[in-house]
Design a protein around this ligand. Structure first.
Ligand code: INI
Length: 160
């Protein structure tokens, strides 16, 4: 049998992309590393530094609201959430982690603007360091690459 399929996929590029990254100050030692990784990915994929906007938020809990306002501004075709939620001895972690992940997903779906999810949820500072440029790569870099691909895909699908 001979099937003919159509494939829609997008190249990973930051060319022409206007991106805003919301970075939480809480656990700043980690989130600054995630930001470096994200900027590195953006520049390595042809992005221009002037098209990469950094917005600082107090903590991960505030990230969705800040993303919502950025999405509504109409100035960006890709957004990034960068934060680090690290488990302590109280259930606070669970509430913050749940609120940021659900909130970011909601803003993405409601706005139609792709949002890279670079928010770490870890049991320890060591685990977070591993994922912010040490043993386990840099999740800020990875989230930036994912949002570049998604932004390209959305563009391709809208042009169909
Ligand atoms: N914010 C974080 O970004 N990471 C955390 O690990 C964290 N913990 O564990 O408390 C955290 N809390 C602050 C929260 O995001 C809000 O900024 C705060 O509750 C004020 O609204």
């Amino acid at each position: 049998m001979n099937f003919t399929t159509r494939l829609i996929e997008a190249p990973i590029t930051a060319e022409g992309l206007k991106l805003a990254a919301v970075v939480s100050r809480f656990n700043g030692i980690i989130t600054e590393r995630l930001l470096s990784g994200a900027l590195d990915a953006f520049l390595r994929h042809g992005g221009v530094s002037g098209d990469f906007t950094v917005v600082k938020a107090p903590g991960a809990f505030e990230i969705p609201l800040v993303l919502k306002v950025l999405a509504e501004s109409g100035k960006y075709n890709a957004l990034l959430a960068l934060g680090a939620v690290i488990r302590g001895s109280t259930p606070h972690f669970d509430y913050v982690a749940a609120a940021v992940s659900r909130g970011v997903a909601r803003v993405q779906l409601q706005s139609g603007i792709p949002i890279g999810f670079g928010v770490l949820t870890c049991d320890s500072v060591e685990q977070a360091i591993d994922r912010a440029g040490a043993k386990s790569g840099n999740k800020g870099f990875d989230a930036a690459v994912s949002v570049m691909e998604t932004a390209g895909l959305i563009k391709a699908l809208r042009a169909e």
